[in-house]
Design a protein around this ligand. Structure first.
Ligand code: URA
Length: 188
């Protein structure tokens, strides 16, 4: 297994898919390397590509608010994406791009050993929970795989577009908070 340094430097140099040709920065991920909770988005947007950090644009500000509602923050969660380079015009990452990039996220997960993984939106949920995951139907459900508890909530960008989804998301966040209280030791 790669150590953090080797993993990060391999990721920074990656040319495994065409997204490397249009990126400004690789967005590797941020947070404590022993985080108990891992949040996974789909891929960097414009601000993230410019800064090299996940969730720093408008969706990121909402994510910060969502974390604070349940007493979490960037200080105690790790935040990453399914793909580490920005898809042009923020389109959904292609399956081939996701497949090229996912070994980095799997290696990060092995090193972090989180207790809980929260998928932000449908792309992450379909990749990490189930191929036929339907975010409108299945958000807030819990699945255990390999000793890690997985759930998915609406992507913050979806909540910016459609405020009517916020009450359900509030309930899902409270369920995440309960799981954290149940399973985590240094997050609470
Ligand atoms: N949307 C994502 O899915 N990830 C980011 O890092 C930013 C916006």
């Amino acid at each position: 297994m790669l150590n953090w340094e080797d993993l990060e430097s391999a990721c920074m140099r990656c040319t495994a898919c065409p997204l490397c040709q249009t990126r400004t920065n690789v967005v590797f991920g941020v947070g404590p390397k022993d985080a108990e909770v891992l949040f996974i988005g789909e891929g960097p947007g414009e601000q993230e590509d410019l800064k090299g950090e996940p969730f720093v644009g408008p969706a990121g500000r909402l994510l910060d608010d969502m974390l604070s509602i349940i007493d979490l923050s960037r200080n105690n969660c790790y935040i990453a994406n399914i793909v580490k380079c920005r898809p042009p015009q923020n389109r959904d990452p292609l399956q081939t791009e996701q497949d090229a990039c996912i070994p980095f996220l799997r290696a990060q997960t092995k090193l972090i050993r989180p207790k809980i993984i929260v998928c932000l939106g449908r792309i992450a949920a379909m990749k990490l929970i189930r191929e036929d995951f339907k975010i409108t139907r299945d958000h807030g459900q819990w699945t255990e795989k390999g000793g890690i508890w997985f759930t998915a909530i609406y992507h913050p960008s979806a909540l910016l577009r459609d405020e009517s989804k916020r009450p359900e998301t509030f309930r899902d966040l409270k369920s995440i908070q309960a799981k954290v209280l149940d399973l985590c030791t240094h997050t609470v």
